[in-house]
Design a protein. Structure first.
Length: 485
C-alpha cells in the first residue's frame, strides 16, 4: 500500500494541473525549494515562541501588519478557522446577539455554537444571470442594526468563495455608528491591495478584524493565515487569549516560515510579482469571453482572480462540466456548484496551465454547441435544473444552534418533543438538529435550530441526486429533526 507521501509524489509527477488551493500550485520553479524537513524545529533558543513572541516572530508579525496596512497582525497556523473562532469569541459574551451574513463559512457557525450566540441573518442578493449570490447590502446592515439594538458584532464574508466583494467601507461605517465591531472573513482575498486590478483589503476599509488565508490565493503552505486587528472597538487582549487557547501550542516553524516567506515576497516582490500574473489573468479572461454556450460569469463587484464558468445556458450542470475538465483534460477545478465551476488562480499560475484551461473550455463549448444544435428542443430542458435557481434558502430560526444540540443530546428537558431521522425530501417544516452543506464552499444550507424550508429540502435532494457530496448529516439521505409535541 502506498503512503500518502508516495501518492503525493505520484500526483506531482502527473500532468494534472491544479486550478485550486493552495496558492503555491506546486510551482517549484517559482518557489525554488524542497520539502523542508531540515527546518522543522520547536521553540528552541533564539527562535522565539508564537504564543509569547518577543523576538524574531514578533518582528515577523509586525512586518506582516505593515505589509497588510493593519495595526496588529497574528500568524495563524490552524488556518483561517482559528482566526474566525477567536475573533467571534473575542468580541462577544455568551448569549450575545450577532449580525451574520448567511453565506458565511461553517467556521462562523461553529463560533456561534461555541459561544452560545443568537444570530440575526443577513442574506446576500442573487443574480439570476449568473446564478451567483451577490454582495451583502450596507442598507440591510443598517436596517438590521436598527431593528435589533442588542447586536454586538457584524460578521460578513468578502470576497465570497465565488469572488463576490461587498462594500466593506459602508458596512463598517454602519457598524461603527452603533459602536460595534465588524469582522470580515477575507480568507479568499489575501492578494487584495497588492495590485490595482484587485480591490483593496479590508484593513484599509474600516474593518476591525480581518482574517486572510495566505494559502488560498498566495504562495504559502496549507493552514497558513493571518488575523489583523484595528481600531478601539475590539478587546484585543481577549482575542489574543482565544488565539492562545484555540491555536496549537506547538506551532509549526515550517508553516510560520512559509508565512514569513510569503510576506517577504509581497513586500519585496510586490509589483514585479503581480504584474505578469495580472496580464496573464486578463488575457485568459478576455479569451474566455468568446465562449458561446458556456459563459465567463462575474458580478458588479468581483475578484477577477476567480474564474467562474457558468453552464446555465448549456446542456450541462456544473458537476458535469467539472467532471469533463477533470476526466478528459486533467484540469482539477476548485469547486463545482449547481450551474458553474470555479477555477482559482494565483501568482503561481503558468501560461501553460491557463492555455490548457482556455483550450479545454473552447473544445467543451464547441461540442456542447453541436449537441444543442442537433436537439434544440431538449438542449437545456433535458438537463435537470437546480431547484429555485440555486438561491440561498431562507430559513426561520427556532432555536439557537447550541439549544438544538442540547435537544439532540436529550439534555434539554424544557422542550416537549423528540428527535427523529426523516428523509430529506420530507424534512420541510421540521426543525433541523444537524448541519447540511456542500464542501466546498462550506456554507450551510441548513443549520441546527432552523426550520427546514421547501427550498432547502428540494435543493439538498437535488445536489444528492446529481452526485454532489452533502456533508453534515449523520445518515445519508436523512436529516435528524426535532418533532415538537
Amino acid at each position: 500500500m502506498n503512503t500518502l507521501y508516495d501518492k503525493l509524489n505520484e500526483y506531482s509527477d502527473s500532468d494534472f494541473y491544479g486550478f485550486h488551493m493552495p496558492g503555491h500550485k506546486r510551482n517549484t520553479k517559482l518557489l525554488r525549494t524542497d520539502v523542508p524537513y531540515h527546518i522543522d524545529i520547536t521553540e528552541i533558543e533564539g527562535f522565539d515562541d508564537l504564543h509569547h513572541a518577543d523576538g524574531i516572530l514578533r518582528a515577523a508579525q509586525e512586518r506582516a501588519a505593515f505589509v497588510y496596512q493593519a495595526e496588529e497582525t497574528h500568524f495563524l497556523v490552524n488556518g483561517s478557522t482559528v482566526g474566525i473562532l477567536s475573533a467571534v469569541a473575542g468580541v462577544t459574551k455568551k448569549g450575545d446577539t450577532v449580525l451574520v451574513a448567511r453565506n458565511c463559512h461553517k467556521s462562523v457557525y461553529h463560533a456561534i455554537y461555541l459561544n452560545e450566540l443568537d444570530p440575526v441573518y443577513l442574506y446576500p442578493g442573487f443574480s439570476t444571470d449568473t446564478c451567483l449570490n451577490t454582495e451583502i447590502s450596507a442598507g440591510d446592515v443598517k436596517r438590521a442594526l436598527e431593528r435589533h439594538p442588542h447586536i454586538r458584532a457584524v460578521i460578513i464574508v468578502s470576497p465570497t468563495y465565488d469572488g463576490v466583494v461587498s462594500d466593506v467601507e459602508a458596512i463598517a461605517a454602519a457598524a461603527h455608528e452603533k459602536g460595534i465591531p465588524l469582522i470580515v472573513d477575507e480568507a479568499h482575498g489575501a492578494h487584495f491591495g497588492f495590485h490595482p486590478y484587485f480591490p483593496d483589503n479590508s484593513n484599509t476599509k474600516g474593518a476591525d478584524i480581518v482574517i486572510h488565508s495566505l494559502h488560498k490565493t498566495l504562495p504559502s503552505l496549507t493552514q497558513t493565515a493571518l488575523l489583523h486587528m484595528n481600531g478601539k472597538l475590539v478587546k484585543r487582549r481577549k482575542v489574543r487569549d482565544y488565539l492562545h487557547m484555540l491555536q496549537t501550542s506547538s506551532p509549526s516553524y515550517v508553516l510560520m516560515a512559509s508565512i514569513d516567506s510569503c510576506i517577504d515576497m509581497l513586500e519585496n516582490g510586490g509589483r514585479g510579482l503581480f504584474e505578469p500574473y495580472v496580464k496573464l489573468l486578463e488575457r485568459t479572461r478576455t479569451e474566455l469571453k468568446g465562449l458561446h454556450c458556456l459563459k465567463l460569469a462575474e458580478t458588479a463587484h468581483f475578484d477577477r482572480s476567480k474564474i467562474v464558468i457558468s453552464a446555465k445556458d448549456s446542456d450541462m450542470t456544473g458537476r458535469m462540466l467539472y467532471k469533463a475538465l477533470l476526466e478528459d483534460y486533467h484540469l482539477q477545478m476548485e469547486m463545482a456548484a449547481g450551474t458553474y465551476v470555479l477555477a482559482m488562480t494565483s501568482v503561481a499560475d503558468t501560461e501553460d496551465g491557463m492555455d490548457r484551461l482556455v483550450c479545454a473550455l473552447r473544445e467543451i463549448d464547441r461540442e456542447t454547441g453541436r449537441r444543442m444544435k442537433k436537439r434544440p428542443d431538449k438542449a437545456v430542458s433535458g438537463r435537470p435544473g437546480i431547484p429555485f435557481g440555486g438561491i440561498l434558502p431562507r430559513l426561520e430560526v427556532v432555536f439557537c444552534s447550541f439549544a438544538a444540540a442540547a435537544l439532540a443530546e436529550g439534555t434539554d428537558i424544557s422542550e416537549k418533543g423528540h428527535a427523529k431521522f426523516v428523509p430529506r425530501e420530507e424534512s420541510a417544516g421540521c426543525i433541523s438538529l444537524e448541519y447540511a452543506y456542500l464542501y466546498p464552499p462550506g456554507t450551510p444550507l441548513i443549520v441546527p435550530g432552523e426550520k427546514v424550508s421547501e427550498e432547502a429540502a428540494h435543493m439538498l435532494q437535488w445536489y444528492q441526486d446529481m452526485g454532489y457530496s452533502v456533508e453534515g448529516p449523520a445518515r445519508e439521505r436523512y436529516i435528524e429533526v426535532w418533532m415538537q409535541e
